[in-house]
Design a protein around this ligand. Sequence first.
Ligand code: NAP
Length: 262
Amino acid sequence: MSTVVFLGGGRITSAMLAGLRLSRTNDRLLVHDRNPAKLCRLMKSYGVAIEPNLQRAVAEADLLIVAVRPDSVRELLQALGKVKRPLVAISLAAGVPLQKLKAAFGVPVRWSRAMPSPACRSGRGLTALTFSREVLPRDRKRVWEFFSRFGQALEIPERKFDAFTVVFSPSHGFHALATLSEVAERMGLDRNTALLASAHALADSISAWREDKQSLPSMLEEAATPGGIAAATTTGMDAAGYRRAVLRGVMDGLRRARANAR
Ligand SMILES: NC(=O)c1ccc[n+]([C@@H]2O[C@H](COP(=O)([O-])OP(=O)(O)OC[C@H]3O[C@@H](n4cnc5c(N)ncnc54)[C@H](OP(=O)(O)O)[C@@H]3O)[C@@H](O)[C@H]2O)c1
């Protein structure tokens, strides 16, 4: 049995622990966080081991997952100090490049980056992975296996990580659901019906597209009869700047991710 140590016991760690529990992993899971109350909650909710002492936590790691926010990474790694044994470490910190992570420790720590989705909570995750050259094939396999436990994993070059991070977030789905259902309420639907109709529009259509494997244009054509109501609605959205709004949001997200690299 190997021990996976999480540094940071916040939102994404909690989602990953839930996904790992669903997958009935054999790994021993241990969490370190600076907030004892968070550690207690995670222990109660997921039955994980906890360790409030950073050095002791890291000493137990076969796989180390850095799950603090990007602006806390430097402070955490400084507090950790020198690591003297070979260690496979994975950073989840958005925008923080491998080069910066490697500079903190030098050779004994072999770094990867992962970008997991909070949807891993239900086993429907999607995780992008990227590895530094030093990561051995057997360790890459181990990292792949770990993140595949709660959904799909894929490897992409590090230069594409920020774009992936901005685009893959389930926040887009929630944001679209909140926006469409708010408008539906303004059009006179009660809240429950507005949410039901909007969730169907967004989620069931995309599930059908995934299952049918038809092309997106052909499914769009099937759903929006030329001259009909759906066509008038999407045309109106486009004319009002739908694509421009999405592009603007994505560019803002990218700028935010790039600021984390500094
Ligand atoms: N949330 C997501 O959906 C998601 C998805 C993919 C990747 N990520 C990445 O995962 C990382 C964590 O995100 P999150 O949303 O889980 O953040 P979060 O909820 O703020 O969790 C981070 C936890 O780490 C603790 N922490 C910070 N510095 C520490 C230190 N020096 N020693 C010990 N504990 C420390 C924080 O404590 P305090 O509350 O006291 O600061 C907090 O409990 C980020 O880098 C983010 O980019 C997040």
